[in-house]
Design a binder for this molecule. Structure first.
Ligand code: FAD
Ligand code: SF4
Length: 486
């Protein structure tokens, strides 16, 4: 049977509602007053954009919400979306002193949202476009968090960025890829408008390499920022993959974000293949759209899953099933539609997944969602810039502090350069590249946000912040990298 929408508008809207709703004023005040306002705040070091967290929380405690939002947005122009989507447990909140004292960190993300919602709702502009312009034009390829972080910082430094985006709307995965219950697309689109207000020009629906050549960009612009992200899931390479109910997780999530929720088709029994955060986002949303059964199908054990533990917990609460140590060997069909997954059991031999012969069985499913990782954009990058150096992972080799690549005018950041991390990393890298370009144009170095630090930073510098010297929670980071990152 073809799949169809399963729930009415009210039911699906309730299921997809904000999973961490905005604080009420009294809640925000209570939470803000839990902050110890550490002199040597470890949360600032743990935030890749180095937001002065104690300072914005103090402003919330004093009732100065506009000032709080200004502190946030000057450090991180996507502070409103990061407030909703950052895995705060392994970033700022994971480093909070209150975690040791009370076992419960200050809810930095929710306070950040409280302050940024205030200015977006009241239409208060806290970032100002600069009056002085340098005449330097920069082409930005890709309007995701990296491109936006770069464009906003360039505009604030007086340069003229033009963002080329192949899709109809700007924002990258913030607009098209985040789980709906974490953040609806509206938040991302409002951020794009704020950045447009700084003097950034957006040319959406223009694919670089197809609608405009890089040779032309190189001729017409003083520098280029590459922020093209990653691409969709690789093929499963099993029979039945071209059946109509087999979809890529990114396509499934984009549909949820672009169509009225009650019109998004979902299976009655959906299988999600993969073990990362994208698989979790797909399985939870399949359940919330009304799938009776939604199951993660993963070839290794639960402890091998790269999805964060708190994301796995959410999927369990949503009623998702987990099938471990199994791989799909065929997508079974009936009358041209998916009717099940033929799975084989697996074992681990020296880190390699091995299929156990004679263990095949069929699970009934009418939809299959592929979430087996995103591919690096090697061939696109090679087509756009034949001489651009890539590292062994297939991402753009670049200087981490300035975004510079081996090509003199070309800078890079975000997923296409870091291999795929978080929104906050992409914004920070875009901003660093903008500052790298500023040095390239004028030789002028712009310093990052600073905090007095008793910890000090090796090499003698007594000051720093997460923007210049990001640290994340070491134990959690170690685990994350052991699992091969996202
Ligand atoms: C399903 C999913 C869920 C996620 N959830 C979270 C989360 O909850 N929290 C979190 O912090 N991170 C999350 N991430 C990661 C986060 O979305 C990325 O790290 C971040 O979006 C990277 O930003 P970027 O700008 O590098 O790339 P992208 O956001 O991918 O943006 C790249 C942009 O470049 C455009 N583009 C590509 N090629 C061209 C071209 N030739 N011409 C013009 N434009 C082009 C694309 O259309 C796109 O808009 C998630 C990722 C996925 C896949
Ligand atoms: S890590 Fe994310 S939520 Fe935490 S302070 Fe930085 S931007 Fe805000």
């Amino acid at each position: 049977m073809p799949i169809s929408p399963r729930l009415g508008p009210e039911a699906v809207a309730a299921n997809m509602a904000d999973y961490k709703p905005r604080y009420k004023p009294q809640e925000a005040l209570l939470e803000a007053n839990r902050c110890l306002f550490c002199f040597d705040a470890p949360c600032i070091q743990a935030c890749p954009t180095g937001i002065d967290i104690p300072s914005f929380i103090k402003k919330i405690a004093n009732g100065n919400l506009t000032g709080a939002a200004r502190t946030i947005l000057t450090a991180n122009v996507l502070g409103a979306s990061c407030a909703r989507v950052c895995p705060t447990q392994v970033l700022c909140e994971g480093a909070c002193v209150m975690l040791d004292r009370e076992g419960d960190p200050v809810k930095i993300g929710r306070l950040q949202r409280y302050a940024t919602d205030h200015v977006f709702e009241k239409n208060i502009s806290v970032l100002k476009a600069t009056a002085k312009t340098t005449g330097k034009r920069v082409a930005i390829i890709g309007s995701g968090p990296a491109g936006l972080g770069c464009a906003a910082e360039l505009a604030r430094l007086g340069h003229s960025p033009v963002v080329f985006e192949k899709t109809a709307k700007a924002g990258g995965l913030n607009t098209y890829g985040i789980a709906y219950y974490k953040m609806p697309p509206k938040v991302s689109l409002e951020e794009v408008e704020m950045i447009r207000g700084l003097g950034v020009e957006f040319r959406c629906g223009i694919e670089v390499g197809k609608d405009i050549t890089t040779a032309r960009l190189e001729k017409e612009f003083d520098a280029i920022f590459v922020g093209i992200g990653l691409s969709g899931s690789p093929k499963l390479n099993v029979p039945g993959e071209s059946l109509p109910e087999v979809v890529d997780a990114l396509h499934f999530i984009a549909q949820i974000r672009m169509q009225p929720l009650h019109k998004v088709p979902v299976g009655e029994r959906a299988a999600v293949i993969g073990g990362g955060n994208t698989a979790i986002d797909a399985v939870t949303q399949a359940r919330r759209l009304g799938a009776q059964d939604a199951a993660i199908v993963y070839r290794r054990t639960q402890s091998d899953m790269s999805a964060y533990e708190f994301e796995q917990e959410l999927a369990k609460i949503d009623g998702a099933r987990f099938l471990f140590n199994v791989v799909p060997v065929e997508i079974v069909s009936h009358g041209g539609h998916v009717s099940g997954l033929k799975l084989a059991r697996t074992t681990n031999v020296n880190g390699q997944v091995r299929i156990l012969p004679g263990t095949e069985f069929i699970e009934p499913f009418d939809m299959v969602i592929k979430a087996i990782g995103e591919e690096k954009q090697v061939s696109l990058l090679k087509t756009l810039f034949p001489n651009l150096e890539l590292d062994q992972r297939g991402v753009v080799a670049h200087d981490a502090d300035t975004g510079r690549t081996n090509l003199p005018k070309v800078f890079a950041g975000g997923d296409c350069a870091n291999g795929g991390r978080e929104v906050v990393d992409a914004v920070a890298e875009g901003k660093k590249a903008a500052r790298g370009m500023h040095v390239f144009f004028a030789g002028e170095k712009v310093t990052g946000p600073l905090q007095a630090s008793r910890l000090g930073v090796k090499d003698g510098a007594p000051m720093g912040s997460g923007f210049d010297k990001p640290i994340r929670v070491p134990e959690l980071e170690e685990e994350y990298f052991k699992r091969g990152g996202k």
